[in-house]
Structure formats: C-alpha cells, structure tokens
Write a protein that binds this ligand. Structure first.
Ligand code: PLP
Length: 393
C-alpha cells in the first residue's frame, strides 16, 4: 500500500493529524472531483427526466447503487440509499410490523442510533426490548446473545464493530442462532465498512446498515441493504410510486420505493467513486495497514503509565481505541491534543450513554480511530502528545 500516494489524495491531512475516522472519514480528491463533475457538467434530477443531463445523472446514480451493492456482496438483496446509518435503522424499525409482545434483542454496546428506534417501539408499540450486557472489556459474548434469541425474538439488532472499543462481534454464530429460532437479524455496519472485508452472504444478516461518510464518501450518504425488501418504506412521495390517482397509489418496486423525494445525487455519485477508490487500494491491504497502526497505537498507550485503555487486549478488533488519561476529563484531553498538536480525536460518551453508565465511565473516554490514510508518523505524534499531556495531569 503506497501510503504516501494515498495521503496526497486527502488535502486536509496537510493541515492536521486526523484520528477521528470513526466519527466521519475524510474524502479523497477523486470523490470530491466526481461530485464537482456532476455540478459542472450534468447536474440534473434522477429517475424522471428525459433530457440529456438527466439521463447521464440517472445512469451514474444507478451505477453507484450497483457498485455499492457489489462491494458488500449484496447479491440478490436490495440496496436503498439513505442519509446515514441512523435513517437506515429507522427504516427497518418502521418497516417491520411490530406488535405488542414482540421482542427485539439488542445490546448495551450499541450506538444510540441502534437503540432509540427500539426504545421508541417499546414505548409506542409495547414491544419487549432485551439489552444484552457486554463483557467488561467492551465486547459481546455470543452465548449471551444466543441465550436471549432462544427465548424468542422477532428481530436481533447488533453492531458489527463497537464504535467505542473497536470490538468485532462474532456475527456468524449469532446469525445462525437467528435462523434457527426464526428471528430477523439487523447488522449495524457503521464501523465495519471499510475496515472489514464485507461479504453479506457470509454474515447471514437480513438487514445491513452503514454510512457512506465513514467510508471516504460524502456526508449525508448512507445505505440500507435488505435481503428481502421491507414492504413499507420510511417515506412515501415523489419518485417512490408506480401510479397515483385521487383514490390512492401503488408504490414502485426496486430501490425507488425506498427513496422518495430528490436524493443526494452528487453525494451518492461521490459514494460510488469512494467504493472505486477503496477497491483500487484493496480492503485486505487497508485491513493490514490499519491493524499495524492499531498495534503501534495500543503498544504505545500501554507504555504510558497514566493511560487506561478500554479493551486493550481484545483479540478481534479494528482501529477504534478508547482510553482515559489519569483523572483528566476526556474532553480536556481531546482539547489539548487539538490545541497543542492539531490532532483530532473524539471524546465523551460517543452516543453510547447506556454503555458508559454500565462501565462506570460517566465522562466517557477519549477515542482515537484509524483510517486508511493514517501513517505511522501520525501515531507517533499522537503518542508523544498523550505522553506529554499525561505528565502534566
Ligand atoms: N452505529 C454506529 C456503530 C456508529 O458508530 C454510528 C456513528 O458513529 C452510527 C450507528 C450512526 O451513524 P450516522 O451518524 O452516520 O447515522
């Protein structure tokens, strides 16, 4: 992997050290250029127009669907573009007819976006919500999940990778249990793409939700993959219908059914280009590169006496690393890293309030997260600065 050449595609890397890819990734120049090309040469709405620009825009938008689907091994499943992971999960929560007494199994490791929709269904539809607690190092024990599934569940909704600890959930065992006990399985892939090689057939999930903006694509882009299409879309309106009369409407088939209204056309064309960019590097190369940097980062943090890492010894993990520095508040550490060395990290509860309460970390953690464009020098600079900060704490 030619890291020097990759870094030259990300102009922002000349201005800072970016270790916040779990929040949102940076976009490389080819993605930005693809969006600009749309604006300059064929800006038009998609799916409706007959004129030349609309034809070009529609074709590119359609190509982006196909490219994203192929990238995740989407096979016969259907891809719908959404704003983000949050909207994709919400589409599943509203698209399945839940009724009183149905059970959803999720976990205390989840991001709020994979908790609140189920909490709302508990309040409004009377479902039962079972939240499986994580292990002390912030992982999910598949046996605990399977135990809950055995007791009966309509849907199991879990994150593939924790956005706090980077722990990778053993999804295969869980999906097999879901099959056996007749539960649907929603996998939140927000932190998985592009850090793991995704092949949906081998995960056995029914719904896969992820964010384009965390995989080098533009903000405002996300994806919902459905093995079997939901019958009810989140939104209805223009573009999502076959026919409308004053009496009623017939919804369109295909992805159009789930994409009412004008979509983020330039964003999704950019996302298609992001997939192409990732493929040109190779997900396996990205994984190797990120694993090496994560090892360097963890080893370095272990050598700083005041630092406690959450889940330091996880066997299967990505480059999302949470830690605290002595008694310093996480926000203070993040501020000092930014102020003293232009290093961008995240701090706080990371939209995982229940997890932080469960782990007894009300102030949360500092979180550094690796992207494919990070270098060993980035990690060295980060470790030097954390070390310095830890001595004045
Ligand atoms: N799920 C996980 C595991 C996440 O890390 C995030 C965002 O950080 C989300 C869901 C929500 O993603 P978005 O803000 O793109 O909707």
């Amino acid at each position: 992997m030619d890291i020097k050449s990759i870094r030259s595609d990300f102009p922002l890397l000349q201005e800072c050290i970016y270790l916040d890819s779990a929040a949102t990734s940076l976009s490389p120049m080819p993605v930005l250029n693809a969006m600009l090309e749309f604006e300059l040469h064929y800006r038009a709405n998609v799916g409706r127009g007959i004129h030349r620009l609309s034809q070009v825009a529609s074709q590119k938008y359609w190509d982006a669907h196909r490219r994203v689907s192929r990238f995740i091994g989407g096979g016969e499943g259907l891809i719908a573009f959404t704003k983000n992971t949050t909207e994709a999960i919400q589409a599943v929560a509203t698209g399945i007819p839940f009724s009183k007494g149905d059970t959803v199994v999720s976990s205390l490791l989840e991001h709020h976006s994979n908790l609140l929709p189920w909490m709302r269904l508990k309040e409004q539809a009377g479902i039962t919500l079972t939240l499986v607690p994580p292990t002390p190092d912030g992982n999910l024990d598949p046996d605990r999940v399977i135990e809950a599934v055995r007791e009966g569940a309509k849907l199991v909704a879990l994150t593939w990778v924790s956005n706090v600890t980077g722990a990778v959930t053993p999804v295969r065992e869980i999906s097999q249990a879901c099959r056996k006990h007749g539960a649907l399985f929603l996998l939140d892939g927000a932190q998985a793409v592009p850090h793991l090689a995704v092949d949906l057939a081998s995960t056995g999930c029914d719904f896969f939700c992820f964010s384009g903006h965390k995989m080098l694509g533009p903000t405002g882009t996300g994806v919902l993959w459905m093995k079997e299409p939901l019958s009810e879309p989140l939104l209805v309106g223009g573009g999502a219908v076959e026919t409308v009369t004053s009496e009623g409407y017939v919804l369109a088939g295909g992805y159009e059914r789930y994409e009412a209204g004008t979509p983020n056309v330039s964003g999704f064309i950019g996302l298609g280009r992001a997939v192409e960019y990732i493929e040109s590097i190779g997900v396996r190369s990205i994984m190797e590169h990120e694993a090496a940097l994560t090892g360097q980062l963890l080893d370095g943090l272990r050598d700083i006496p005041a630092v406690q890492v959450l889940g330091a010894d996880l066997a299967d993990r990505t480059g999302v690393v949470s830690f605290n520095v002595g008694a310093l508040k996480p926000h203070d550490v993040a501020f000092l890293l930014s102020d003293e060395a232009d290093i961008m990290v995240r701090s706080g509860h990371h939209c995982c309030g229940p997890l932080m309460n469960y782990l007894g970390l009300p102030g949360g953690t500092v979180r550094a997260s690796i992207g494919c464009y990070n270098s060993s020098e980035d990690v060295d600079a980060f470790l030097d600065t954390v070390n310095r900060i830890s001595k004045v704490s």
